[in-house]
Each structure stands twice: as structure tokens, then as C-alpha cells.
Design a protein around this ligand. Structure first.
Ligand code: NDP
Length: 485
């Protein structure tokens, strides 16, 4: 095995733990198809061990002051920043995303979350509410207990940190189950948290397929489930959690609109369309995959877009000049190529790309379809790959109605130089994460998450605190208590 093979599959109670009775998980480097590590899925014994370790650590952690907890998170962030290159190389092995991306978007984004919530930890307080006659109510913000994070495979380090940072800041413990496709990165975050001073058991990693995720979701020792994944999985996990009245955060899929009016700065709009469709080879939930372009600029937009796509550097993800890498899995590559075939079959015009690249690993060229209509599969379904659909529009009311005509509501963007129109249009878009004259930026200070089928709850920002804590109110009576009889 390569030197990427971890000491064991799981990280529980501050140490690596193995149980070879679990089904094997082969970790594949997407750029070559080579197996770089073999792990085992969590068994029920592993799940029990993780829940017990997390429960014990949570009591110790919640008894510390917020400032003390914050100090640990800040130390972890500093260690992540020191090791950014090493963690980025690992992220590239896990996902295939080019090092040019992972050096700036993954471990660094995880560190941002730990810094932000580490900074907030000491200021999480309740309220004092006067209620008359000298009586008052005070509120206390309490941790939920042991929270479960379940991750998708596109941002394994970032997702682990985006869930752990607010959860830990609020005094919870966490068990994180990475996608079985990308299981390596979260183990490093677990090591770093221990090194930063977190109690053993505070952040545990249990590997596994959906079955292990379901065992954890259904465990009575778990108070909350935060899932990043597809809408169908979200429905299953939320239903299972609802049966036990557990809290949930659901960060799910999308088919987001990016609306470009004819007065927009064309080069910026094209940059946004490129970032919002081809960054991470298109494997981003909030991508603006329905690009609505006003009729007058359509051909100029397509010509310049195709020209710029011709300059994409597709190749070895470890070469920092590469800016477009492989798909993370063979299955996802086949899904994306299948949608290219569907787009052609349903009558859309393939402007460029969409071909399998004949080399080891899971490669295709970025695809752009024009003349896409609202009913086509490529305009309705989440592809989660590098396939952009360009749709024409004429007027504002028309484009807003069409943009909202979807079960999803994760993100949306508008490009225009008309200030009033920009705010008016965004005000009418039913989506949780919106952009004016840019796309897909996700600073930790801003709430992130979806409306409609795209999710429940928000990650990042002060909003996340509400999703990892609950409020107790205490009525204090200063006088006598009376009764009718
Ligand atoms: P999946 O929905 O297939 O899986 C998500 C996670 O859930 C995986 O760890 C998976 O395990 C686990 N899982 C599957 N079934 C169950 C179950 N019954 N109980 C508990 N856990 C289960 O998503 P992908 O990993 O394929 O990721 C792609 C999807 O994620 C896209 O739809 C994308 O839009 C969405 N996403 C959303 C984001 C957001 O913030 N809104 C961000 C990134 C991605 P296993 O992999 O082993 O099956």
C-alpha cells in the first residue's frame, strides 16, 4: 500500500481504531484509478465505541468555558494552516481536485471555520427578559450533545470542519462519517484537534457506506444529524432522524440559476459561469448550472466562453498549473457523460467539450450546451459534473419565473449593471445563497444553505449557532406564588 494508508480506518477516543470485520473500502486516486489505501466500514461495535467516547468527551468539553473551547479550535486552525500543503496534497489524492484549488479552498476554508467559531465560542450567551413585577426570564444556550456529521465526497476537509467548528464551539462532541469515496482527510482533522488540546473522543471519525450512516443516525446517543449530500439521501436521513425527533441540518443538492442580463460586464459574467460550472470539475452543490443569458448577448457570450474554455489546463492535478482535474469517481464520470448524451438526444446544441478523455482515471472535458429549454433533463436534474446549460431569455419577469421553476433552492446569481434590477431580481429568487455580479463565494461569515428541497438549516455564520445549540428559558419569580385553591 502507499504511504497514504492511515494507521487504521477509524479515529475514536483520541486514537486510531480498526475493526477488519467491516466491509473493505478501497480509496482510489481519481487521476490514475490507482488504489491508494484500503479501509474498513464501521461495524455496530465501532458505532457503539464512537458514541460512548463522544458522550464522555462531551460532558468534559461542555464544562469548560467558551474561551477555553475557542482556544483549542484556534490552535487547530493554526496547525491546519501550518500544514496546508500536506493537507492539500491529501485532499487532491482523495478527490482528484487540482492542487491549484486545494491549496486555497479546502484546508484553508476549514481553518477559517475553526477560527470564526473559535472566536465566537466565548461570547455565546443567553438573554435577560424582564416580565413585570420584578420577575424575569433568563435564557441559556445549551449544547445538544453528540452531533453526527455525514459528508459528501467533493469537499471532505471543508465539510468536516464546517460541521465540527460550530458544533464544538457550542459545547457538543461530534462523530463524523466521511463519504466512503473520500475517507482520508477527516482523519487528519481528528489528529489535529487532539494535538490542539481537544479531549479524546471530542471529534471521532467513523468510516462507512450509507449503512453505517444509518446506524449512527438511528442511534439514541446521537442528538443531531448534519448531512451534506444529495436530496434523495437527505430525505432518507431526515425521515429517520424525525422518527426520533432529532435535530437536523440538511445541505443538499441544487440546480441553481445564474442570470446574465445584456448590460452585464461580459468577462466577469463568463468568469462566474466558468467558476460556477467547472471549478472542482463541476462537483459543487451550489453551482449555477442553468445559465440564463439574455438573447441580445447570447452568441457573443457563447463564442467568448468557448474561447476561454480552450485555455483550460487539463492534466496532472499535482501540477500547480493544472486548473481542471478528473471527476472524483468513475460512477460520477459515467453520470456526467450520460447527461451529455441525454442533452444531445433531447436536442440541445453541444457547443464544446463533453468528451471522455482516454487516459487512466476518470476524465472528461468541460461541456457547454446552448439552446437548452426548461423541460430538458440537463436543465432539470442535478448532474454534479462539468456540464453547463445555457438557456436564452428575453424579459425579467419571464426569467425569474423560469429560474424559480425547480424543486431546488440552494443558490442563485444575477449579473447586471442596473443596481435596482440586481436587487429586485435577487429579492424574487427562492434560494438560500445568492450572488450579485459574482458567484459561488462562501466566506465563513455568511450563512450557507438551501431553501425548498435543497435543505434545512444553515451552515457558517452566527446562524449555525442556532443549529448546534438549543435554548432553555428560566422564569425567575421574586415574589410569592399564588394558586386559585
Ligand atoms: P450522497 O447523498 O450519495 O451521500 C452523502 C453521504 O450520506 C455519504 O457519506 C453517504 O455515504 C451517506 N449516506 C448515504 N445513505 C445514507 C443513509 N441512508 N443514512 C445515512 N447516511 C447515508 O451524496 P454524494 O456523496 O454523492 O454527494 C453529492 C451530493 O451532495 C450532491 O447532490 C450535492 O449537491 C450534495 N452536496 C451538497 C452540498 C451543500 O452544502 N448543499 C455541498 C456538497 C455536496 P456513502 O457515500 O457511503 O453512500
Amino acid at each position: 500500500m502507499t504511504d497514504l494508508q492511515p494507521k487504521a480506518s477509524h479515529f475514536i477516543g483520541g486514537a486510531y481504531v480498526e475493526d477488519t470485520a467491516g466491509a473493505p473500502i478501497e480509496v482510489i486516486y481519481p487521476a490514475t484509478g490507482e488504489v491508494i489505501a484500503v479501509l474498513h466500514a464501521g461495524t455496530s461495535a465501532i458505532v457503539e465505541q464512537a458514541v460512548a467516547a463522544a458522550g464522555a468527551a462531551q460532558a468534559e468539553w461542555a464544562a469548560m468555558t467558551g474561551t477555553e473551547r475557542g482556544r483549542v479550535l484556534l490552535k487547530a486552525a493554526a496547525l491546519i494552516r501550518e500544514r496546508n500543503r500536506e493537507l492539500s496534497v491529501l485532499e487532491t489524492h482523495d478527490t482528484g481536485k487540482p492542487l491549484q484549488e486545494t491549496l486555497v479552498a479546502d484546508a484553508t476554508s476549514g481553518a477559517d471555520a475553526l477560527e470564526y467559531f473559535g472566536g465566537l465560542a466565548g461570547s455565546l450567551t443567553g438573554e435577560h427578559i424582564p416580565v413585570g413585577g420584578g420577575d424575569f426570564v433568563y435564557t441559556v444556550r445549551e449544547p445538544l450533545g453528540v452531533c453526527l456529521g455525514i459528508g459528501a465526497w467533493n469537499y471532505p476537509t471543508q465539510i468536516a470542519c464546517w460541521k465540527a467548528a460550530p458544533a464544538l464551539a457550542c459545547g457538543n462532541a461530534m462523530i463524523f462519517k466521511p463519504s466512503e469515496t473520500t475517507p482520508l482527510c477527516a482523519l487528519k482533522i481528528a489528529e489535529i484537534l487532539i494535538e490542539a488540546g481537544a479531549p479524546a473522543g471530542l471529534f471521532n471519525v467513523v468510516q462507512g457506506f450509507g449503512e453505517t450512516g444509518a446506524m449512527l443516525t438511528g442511534h439514541p446517543g446521537i442528538a443531531k444529524v448534519s448531512l451534506t449530500g444529495s436530496v434523495p439521501t437527505g430525505r432518507k436521513v431526515a425521515a429517520q432522524a424525525a422518527g426520533m425527533m432529532k435535530h437536523v441540518t440538511m445541505e443538499l443538492g441544487g440546480k441553481s440559476p445564474l442570470i446574465i442580463f445584456d448590460d452585464a460586464d461580459l468577462e466577469s459574467a463568463i468568469s462566474a459561469a466558468i467558476n460556477g460550472n467547472f471549478y472542482s470539475s463541476g462537483q459543487i452543490c451550489s453551482n449555477g448550472t442553468r445559465v440564463f443569458v439574455q438573447k441580445g448577448i447570447k452568441e457573443a457570450f457563447l463564442a467568448r466562453l468557448a474561447e476561454r474554455l480552450g485555455t483550460a489546463v487539463i492534466g496532472d492535478p499535482m501540477d500547480e498549473a493544472t486548473n481542471f482535474g478528473p471527476m472524483t469517481t468513475k460512477a460520477q464520470l459515467e453520470i456526467a457523460l450520460g447527461y451529455v448524451a441525454k442533452g444531445v438526444a433531447e436536442g440541445a446544441r453541444l457547443v464544446t467539450g463533453g468528451e471522455r478523455i482516454e487516459r487512466e482515471g476518470f476524465w472528461m472535458t468541460p461541456a457547454v450546451f446552448a439552446d437548452v429549454t426548461d423541460g430538458m433533463s440537463i436543465a432539470r436534474e442535478e448532474i454534479f459534473g462539468p456540464v453547463m446549460s445555457v438557456l436564452d431569455f428575453e424579459g425579467e419577469d419571464e426569467v425569474v419565473a423560469r429560474a424559480n421553476d425547480t424543486e431546488f433552492g440552494l443558490a442563485g446569481g444575477v449579473f447586471t449593471n442596473d443596481l435596482a434590477r440586481a436587487h429586485r431580481v435577487i429579492g424574487r429568487i427562492r434560494a438560500g445563497s445568492c450572488y450579485i455580479n459574482t458567484y459561488n463565494l462562501t466566506p465563513v461569515e455568511a450563512p450557507f444553505g438551501g431553501m425548498k428541497a435543497s435543505g434545512v438549516g444553515r451552515e457558517n455564520s452566527k446562524e449555525a449557532i442556532n443549529h448546534y445549540s438549543e435554548v432553555k428559558s428560566v422564569y425567575v419569580c421574586l415574589g410569592k406564588t399564588e394558586a386559585a385553591f
